[in-house]
Design a protein around this ligand. Structure first.
Ligand code: BES
Ligand code: MN
Ligand code: MN
Length: 461
């Protein structure tokens, strides 16, 4: 079978494919730190483009945006009636800080115990690069691909993909395809492959509370005014009911419909509460009453305070009332919720509960929609077969708590669905110190991607 030759090629090139991933991981393409890493981001885009060219892809180019470049490539010779697969991924990574918590430096890839440690190993360089190596295996073995393939690899995912929707709109024709393939999600566990069929949306805010015109001596002035730090925490504390864990922003839950089937699916494929307790090393779980941890992290929305700062933070004591205080706040949204309505309601409610004398400013930093992929989509069958053949086990179907907003954008602007075939694991410290990927899953990811291209050619798209 021609397919076997491709898999043999992948197996024969494991060491080389690993070394090239090492080279990619050595580039500190941190999109959140343009002053420090802007050049590295450019270098990384070029590295990805060169890898695609070496793999045999054509029309490789960097699409310039007001931000970081997007890498585009295609190979369109599969012939009459052949479907087109668009591979999306991201080459940018999260900041590595705090550096002292890494066992080995974040941009010096290191293998320990079958795990490859580096910033971006699982999110998303390792997963994205698996597809580059998969097309290479096809092209070097047979000089062709079973389907038309386009690559669209962005460099601003970790900072909210500000310039992406615009680029997709402008490139609408070039990006035309039958299905999108993304590997930027997780498997269910070691050896248990998964396809993600649902993602949550995300809205993210900066909250600034301003009080007096200057910092004040807390003895002279304290007691006469609302302290901005306190005004901020008091207001934030009113966003959630401490008894029920319900979000109190008016209208927050409007439009949500969770069906019996949704709950049954999560009960079947989600982790038990004990997994959450153990993984997070926490004594007790807490959250919205009446829902399991698996449900609360997938099919229910959340409100989180991601950062909070204000006043004196140095050594020792300083008797001061700060002039201002700040917080970073985000909400994960599920199907039916209206991000615009919730944004307005949050701002209004937060201002209404703030103590007198302070000014509250709410700035939305980003907004992304969640998405659902129909389980009966024909490409789901192809992905199921590819994963089953690669891992020797049928995939489970997961509702993910994290967000990949471009999936909704592809639905809206290109009218296509996305297959989310993840090769990471939830315990691989993405966004945290000691991020890693199982080396075996990177290698299997290449195989699964190669098989997917073969299988997807056979289903009606
Ligand atoms: N790859 C993640 C999404 C993800 C997280 C999938 C966890 C599966 C498990 C992606 O790079 C990411 O970090 N997304 C951000 C949102 C984005 C708009 C910054 C997220 O979910 O916080
Ligand atoms: Mn990612
Ligand atoms: Mn990420």
């Amino acid at each position: 079978m021609p397919e076997d030759a491709v898999i043999s090629y992948v197996k024969a090139n494991q060491e080389r494919n690993l070394q090239q991933l090492f080279d990619l991981l050595r580039i500190p393409s941190v999109s959140a730190q343009p002053a420090k890493h802007g050049k590295d981001v450019e270098r990384c885009a070029t590295f990805v483009a060169d890898s695609l060219r070496d793999a045999g892809m054509e029309n490789v180019r960097l699409v310039q945006t007001p931000g970081n470049p997007i890498v585009y490539a295609d190979w369109l010779h599969a012939g009459e009636g052949a479907p087109t697969v668009l591979v999306y991924g991201h080459y940018d990574v999260q900041p590595p800080e705090p550096l002292d918590l890494w066992t080995s430096p974040p941009f010096e890839p290191t293998i320990r115990d079958g795990k490859l440690y580096a910033r971006g190993a699982t999110d998303d360089k390792g997963q994205m690069f698996a597809h580059v190596k998969a097309v290479e295996a096809h092209l070097k073995t047979h000089g062709k691909l079973p389907v038309n393939v386009k690559f669209f690899i962005e460099g601003e995912e970790e900072v909210g993909s500000k310039n992406l929707d615009r680029a997709i709109e402008e490139l609408r024709k070039e990006l035309a395809c039958d299905v999108v393939l993304v590997s930027d999600t997780a498997m269910k566990g070691e050896g248990q492959p998964a396809i993600t069929y649902s993602l949550r949306g995300l809205i993210y805010f900066q909250v600034d509370v301003t009080g007096p015109s200057s910092d004040l001596h807390s003895g002279t002035w304290g007691g006469s005014l609302a302290n901005p730090n306190e005004a901020l925490v008091q207001a934030l504390a009113k966003m959630k009911d401490p008894k029920t864990g319900k979000v109190k922003i008016p209208g927050f839950y409007d439009g949500i419909k969770v069906t019996k089937e949704d709950r049954a699916a999560v009960a079947k494929s989600g982790y038990p509460d004990s997994y959450y307790k153990k993984s997070m090393a926490i004594k007790a779980l807490w959250g919205e009453k009446g829902w399991s941890a698996a449900e609360r992290t997938s099919i229910r929305p959340t409100f989180e305070v991601n950062g909070i700062y204000g006043g004196y933070q140095g050594d020792g004591a300083k008797t001061v009332i700060p002039a201002h205080a700040h917080a970073k706040v985000s909400m994960r949204l599920v199907g039916g919720q209206n991000p615009e309505k919730i944004t307005r309601s949050f701002e209004k409610y937060l201002k209404s509960v703030a103590l007198p004398g302070v000014e509250v400013k709410v700035t939305r930093l980003s907004a992304g929609f969640g998405a659902k992929v129909p389980l009966d989509h024909p490409a789901m069958q192809a992905a199921t077969k590819a994963l089953s053949d690669t891992f020797g086990k049928k995939p489970v179907y997961l509702a993910e708590g994290g967000s990949i907003p471009v999936v909704a954008t592809f639905q809206k602007l290109l009218g296509v669905n996305t297959i989310l075939m993840g090769f990471g694991l939830h315990d691989e410290n993405l966004h945290a110190p000691d991020e890693h990927i199982r080396v075996a899953n990177y290698q299997r990811g290449i195989e699964a991607s190669a098989r997917f291209l073969h299988e997807v050619a056979k289903v009606p798209l």
